[in-house]
Design a protein around this ligand. Structure first.
Ligand SMILES: [Fe+2]
Length: 250
């Protein structure tokens, strides 16, 4: 079984709109393990007025989940980061240099709302980079400001952003249009990471094994491996966040 990396999931309980209880969190962990995930990064939301759980509380939940993961037969490595909504609270964190990056690197997961304009997205990319971080844009396929424009997504990449896409979108769980748009971006090689963004075992479960299978057929083994393993590993281990971007490596 191919060892998959999941850089984006809401597996920690009691901290955002992800897993509701410890049991649900453990069930998600079991599902991810069965799907071949051996490196996992928990990314609880930070969003002003909605999800403001302090890093310390999140760390407590993370430590418990890590103990649970240690019980598996094969080693499963867990990391802790966050999904930062681009708002005033994130700006405060950026200014204070208080940002949880992926692993040892400088890459940070950021998300936008449906209301962010393209210009606002460009400006945030500049701001994140100016503070010395490399932005990984969460579920790029969702944003109306980018939808349908390969040129806009290319521009973000040229500026140094990395691009994450949700497995569920590729598999059609978010509707036909989003699935078609996701496939266009993949065909053009404008995606660096595919992740689960799983929230719970029933409504938003991880489907990484199915997605990996699909991607191998659709875009070939090499790119599928880059999306679900090689690029995420590089993001977790590269100290400099600004390595060149291409189809098969970040
Ligand atoms: Fe998310």
């Amino acid at each position: 079984m191919t060892k998959i990396v999941d850089l984006h999931c809401h597996i920690l309980p009691y901290v955002d709109d992800g897993a509701l209880r410890t049991e649900e969190s453990e069930e998600l962990l079991d599902m991810l393990y069965r799907q071949g995930v051996r490196i996992l990064c928990a990314t609880p939301h930070l969003r002003k007025g909605m999800f403001e759980t302090p890093d310390g509380e999140i760390q407590v939940q993370f430590d418990e989940l890590r103990m649970r993961a240690a019980q598996y037969e094969e080693r499963m490595l867990l990391f802790l980061s966050r999904e930062y909504h681009c708002d005033d609270l994130f700006r405060e964190r950026l200014n204070a240099g208080n940002v949880l990056c992926f692993g040892r690197g400088r890459t940070v997961l950021i998300e936008f709302s449906y209301h962010h304009t393209y210009e606002a997205i460009l400006s945030w990319i500049d701001d994140v980079q100016a503070r010395g971080y490399c932005p990984l844009i969460a579920h790029v396929e969702r944003y109306p400001a980018l939808s349908g424009s390969l040129e806009k997504v290319s521009t973000l990449i040229q500026k140094g952003a990395k691009i994450q896409m949700n497995a569920g979108s590729i598999l059609g769980r978010e509707g036909f249009r989003q699935s078609m748009w996701s496939k266009r971006l993949l065909k053009e090689g404008l995606v660096h990471v595919v992740a689960s963004d799983s929230h719970d075992p029933e409504n938003r479960p991880p489907e990484l094994d199915a997605c990996f299978h699909f991607l191998r057929k659709k875009v070939g083994d090499a790119y599928a491996m880059a999306l679900l393993r090689e690029n995420p590993v590089q993001i977790l281990t590269t100290i400099e966040g600004d390595s060149p971007l291409c189809k098969q490596s970040v």
